[in-house]
Design a protein around this ligand. Structure first.
Ligand code: PDD
Length: 288
């Protein structure tokens, strides 16, 4: 049994990890999380993920239980258990356990801190090039989608509806604008311009989104952080979805219609080379 879990100060195999049924994460979905990719044993964009974790905790009125250095020590020790493999690291902090089930939380409460790492085989470029199908759905979520909350029922339902329609992702529409996917951020390419909705409380500030924007800037791909209407989406030359585990994938069909000419687009090809290069540099131990 490999040691793949950190739970409240202990490193242990997942089979031995136990959380109380009085945990508010279990009872209320009262907590936040992160998913951090690990390439060749190195945590990808750790500082960005820790900053977002900090913002999410603050957003739900929780103190950060660790400094960045402490987080780094815990997470590096955990991922080193699986050597220099590629991994997906899941990290969750819930408000903790309370004997009385009350929506309001008491002041003195110890958070539950949980992380699990798993080897991950990132999709190959060819797999990504095959693309995905997406559908659009009205976004039924709350006003704080910038918080990476573990309360994911609306996202779960949206992804399920997409799967029922033979698609892999749902693109969510709020007030007539496409914001993000059920578990990913959204990009379109229109007349060679790469467009993604600006950060707001309607979407998660994705780390992959941030890196894609950064790479585009560095390599002269024109970008705009601007609203995407349902019409923009329908008439886009390319649509991409981005996330830490799926990376950047082209959407080849939207609501059953071909996107652009129905194959992965030129700008996606260019971005994918840049993104793969980033991962390889990290695998080789380069500081990014
Ligand atoms: N989800 N938007 C939503 C709603 C998400 O759940 C995610 C990621 C993203 C992309 O964020 P990032 O690039 O930082 O992974 C955007 C993770 C992977 C998950 O829930 O498993």
């Amino acid at each position: 049994m490999s040691i793949d879990v950190y739970l409240n100060g202990e490193f242990l195999p997942v089979e031995e990890a136990r959380v109380s049924v009085t945990d508010r994460g279990f009872l209320f979905g009262d907590g936040v999380y992160e998913v951090i990719p690990v390439y060749g044993g190195h945590l990808f964009q750790l500082q960005h993920h820790l900053q977002r974790l900090h913002n999410s905790l603050r957003g739900i009125g929780m103190a950060n239980p660790h400094t960045d250095d402490e987080w780094e020590q815990i997470l590096t020790r955990l991922t080193s258990q699986l050597g220099d493999s590629d991994q997906a690291l899941y990290l969750q902090v819930t408000r903790g356990c309370t004997d009385v089930r009350d929506h309001a939380w008491p002041e003195a409460i110890e958070p539950t801190i949980y992380a699990r790492t798993k080897t991950l085989k990132p999709p190959t470029i060819d797999e990504k090039r095959r693309g995905i199908h997406a559908i659009t759905l009205d976004d039924p979520r709350w006003q704080h989608c910038n918080i990476k909350a573990i309360t994911l029922l609306a996202n779960v339902m949206a992804r399920h509806e997409a799967a029922d329609a033979g698609a892999q992702e749902a693109i969510l529409i709020r007030d007539g604008l496409a914001t993000e996917g059920a578990a990913s951020n959204l990009f379109i390419v229109k007349d060679k311009l790469l467009i993604t909705p600006p950060k707001s409380d309607s979407l998660l500030p994705g780390i992959t989104r941030e890196i894609a924007l950064e790479l585009a800037k560095q390599h002269g791909i024109p970008i705009a952080e601007a609203s995407i209407s349902a019409v923009d989406l329908r008439t886009a030359d390319e649509i991409w979805m981005s996330s830490s585990t799926k990376e950047i994938v082209p959407v080849l069909q939207l609501n059953g219609e071909a996107v652009g000419n129905g194959v992965a687009g030129k700008v996606w090809e260019e971005m994918t080379v840049l993104y793969e290069d980033c991962k390889d540099r990290l695998r080789n131990g380069e500081q990014l």
